[in-house]
Design a protein around this ligand. Structure first.
Ligand SMILES: *[C@@H]1O[C@H](CO)[C@@H](O)[C@H](O)[C@H]1NC(C)=O
Ligand SMILES: *[C@@H]1O[C@H](CO)[C@@H](O)[C@H](O)[C@H]1NC(C)=O
Ligand SMILES: *[C@@H]1O[C@H](CO)[C@@H](O)[C@H](O)[C@H]1NC(C)=O
Ligand SMILES: *[C@@H]1O[C@H](CO)[C@@H](O)[C@H](O)[C@H]1NC(C)=O
Length: 428
C-alpha cells in the first residue's frame, strides 16, 4: 500500500465546496456540447458520455500491480502508471534533471515550464496543515512517502493530459502533476513510469478534473481475476441501484475508508472487530493487523485440520502456503477446502451492517509451485500498525466505486474482462 502525505484540512475545505462545484460541472458540460441541444435528455446523455474510461493491464500474481497508460505532454507521450487509490499525487519520473530515477519503460518525462506556485492550494494540499516553508515562492517542492518505504521528491508542474470521454469527445485539460527527480524504490517496487494518484485529496487527478468542471469526482475500477480490467472517472458507467454503498469515514479522511469493521466467518461475527479498513488499489494483497491476522489464520488452520492440505513452509511465495495431493492449477481447484464464508462487516454508523464478502478468489493465490497461498498478510509486519488494507486481491471481479461527491464507497459483482457498455440509450 502506498501512503501519501495528504492532510485533513483541505479535504474539509473541499467538502464545503462540493455543492457549488456541482453547478459548475453542469455549466461546463453544456459548453462542452456546443453542437447538441440542451434539453434535459441530452443533459442525461452528456452525463453518461462524460465519463472517462481506461483499459488497464496487470494482475495480483505474479505481476503484483495494475497499470494504466496515460498520455501527457505536448505532443502527448504515453506513460505507464501504477493505479493508487491510497495516495493523491500523480507523478512521473522526470528529467529535471534526474538525481535518482529508477529504470522505467519509457524515456523520462521532460517537464513543462509551467510551475505550480508554492502558495497554490494544490501545493498546500501536499503539505501538512498549517504553515510550510516556501523557499522559492514560484515553485512547489513536494515529497511523498509510501508505506512500502518508497518515496518521490520533485516539483509540481502543469501539463496537458490527453483524455477521451466515452462519447468520443476529446479533452486536453492542464493538470498538476509531480516531476519526480529523486526516487527511492520501496519493497514493492514496480517497473513503471510513475504513479496515478486517485485518493480523496484535492491534488488527485479526478478532483482536479472536477474543479475544472470536466467530470464528477468519482473513481471506479474493475480488476479482473484473469488479469487486466478497466478504470473510470465519472458516474456514467454503472447502475447505482446495483451497487452496495457504504459511507466514507469522516474520521479517517486521509484514505478511502468505510470506518471500522468486524470479521465474519461462516456467517457469524468472530469478535475480531474495530478493524479500521481502507480500500487501496496500490496494494496487491490484503492486510490485517497482527491480532486479526492471527485470529484469521487460527480459524483457517482449524478448518483445514484433518484435510489433505498440508502447510508448505518451503514455498516462500507468501508467508502461508498449503500443498495439495496434486499441484493446483487455479483457485477453483482449491476452493473446496475453503468453504467457510469470510466477510468484513462495516458498522456504517449504527445503520444496517454492510458486508464486503471475501470469496476464496478474493484471498487465495496459486503459487508457481502449484500450492495455494493466503493472500491476506500480517500488516503489523510491514509497518501498517493498526490499519487494515483491502488490496487488489480482494477487489478482483467486482466494480469498486469511490464517489467523492456523495462521500460513499460501493461495490458490485462485475465481469471486468470487458469494457462496460456505454450506449447512452442503455442508461436512459
Ligand atoms: C463551441 O463553439 C465555439 C464557437 O462556435 C467554438 O469556438 C468552440 O470551440 C466550441 N467548443 C466546443 C467544445 O466544441
Ligand atoms: C502497462 O500497460 C500497457 C497497456 O496499457 C502494456 O502494454 C504494458 O506492457 C504494461 N506495462 C507493464 C510494465 O506492465
Ligand atoms: C482518443 O481518441 C482518439 C480518436 O478519436 C484516439 O486517436 C486517441 O488515441 C484517443 N486517446 C486516448 C488517450 O485514448
Ligand atoms: C505480525 O507481525 C508482528 C510484527 O512483525 C509480529 O510481532 C507478530 O507476531 C506477527 N503476527 C503473527 C500472527 O504472525
Amino acid at each position: 500500500m502506498r501512503k501519501g502525505q495528504v492532510n485533513v484540512f483541505f479535504l474539509l475545505l473541499f467538502l464545503s465546496l462540493s455543492s457549488a462545484s456541482d453547478q459548475k460541472w453542469r455549466k461546463a458540460m453544456m459548453s462542452a456540447y456546443n453542437g447538441s441541444s440542451s434539453s434535459s435528455s441530452s443533459m442525461m446523455m452528456n452525463r453518461v458520455g462524460s465519463s472517462i474510461l481506461f483499459p488497464i493491464h496487470g494482475n495480483v500474481y505474479p505481476a503484483g500491480y495494475y497499470n494504466v497508460t496515460i498520455n501527457i505532454g505536448h505532443p502527448p507521450k504515453p506513460y505507464f502508471l501504477d493505479l493508487d487509490t491510497g495516495s493523491d499525487l500523480t507523478w512521473l519520473q522526470c528529467n529535471a534533471p534526474c538525481v535518482h530515477c529508477i529504470e522505467a519503460p519509457h524515456p523520462l518525462y521532460q517537464p513543462s515550464n509551467d510551475l505550480v506556485a508554492c502558495r497554490h492550494p494544490l501545493c498546500a494540499a501536499l503539505h501538512p496543515p498549517g504553515d510550510y516553508k516556501c523557499e522559492s515562492p514560484d515553485q512547489c517542492d513536494y515529497e511523498v512517502e509510501y508505506a512500502d518505504g518508497g518515496s518521490s521528491l520533485g516539483v509540481l508542474v502543469r501539463d496537458v493530459f490527453s483524455l477521451n470521454y466515452t462519447n468520443g469527445v476529446r479533452l486536453s485539460p492542464r493538470l498538476a502533476l509531480g516531476c519526480g527527480y529523486d526516487q527511492i524504490p520501496g519493497t514493492s517496487y514496480h517497473p513503471l513510469d510513475g504513479i496515478l494518484g486517485l485518493g480523496r485529496g484535492k491534488s488527485s487527478i479526478v478532483s482536479q478534473l472536477q474543479s475544472q468542471g470536466l467530470v464528477r469526482n468519482v473513481v471506479g475500477h474493475c480488476l479482473s481475476g484473469r488479469g487486466g480490467g478497466f478504470l473510470f472517472f465519472g458516474d456514467g458507467l454503472y447502475d447505482s441501484s446495483h451497487v452496495t454503498w457504504t459511507s466514507m469515514s469522516q474520521e479517517f479522511t486521509k484514505y478511502y475508508s468505510p470506518g471500522s469493521a468486524e470479521l465474519h466467518f461462516g456467517g457469524k461475527a468472530t469478535g475480531i472487530k474495530n478493524l479500521i479498513v481502507i480500500f487501496d488499489s496500490g496494494s496487491s494483497y490484503t492486510y490485517l493487523n497482527s491480532q486479526a491476522y492471527q485470529g484469521l489464520t487460527l480459524l483457517l488452520k482449524k478448518e483445514l485440520s484433518g484435510r489433505s492440505l498440508k502447510e508448505a513452509p518451503e514455498d516462500q511465495t507468501l508467508p502461508l502456503c498449503w500443498k495439495g495431493r496434486k499441484p493446483f492449477r487455479s483457485v477453483h481447484d482449491a476452493k473446496k477446502y475453503f468453504k467457510t464464508s469470510l466477510a468484513l462487516a462495516f458498522a456504517n454508523s449504527g445503520r444496517r451492517k454492510t458486508q464486503f464478502e471475501l470469496h476464496p478468489e478474493a484471498y487465495l493465490i496459486i503459487s508457481n509451485k502449484g500450492n495455494v497461498c493466503l493472500g491476506i498478510l500480517n500488516g503489523t509486519q510491514v509497518g501498517l500498525q493498526n490499519l487494515n488494507v483491502i488490496g487488489d486481491i480482494s477487489m478482483q471481479d467486482r466494480m469498486v466505486v469511490y464517489d467523492n461527491e456523495k462521500q460513499v464507497i460501493g461495490w458490485s459483482p462485475a465481469n471486468c474482462d470487458h469494457l462496460p457498455r456505454f450506449k447512452s440509450a442503455y442508461y436512459i
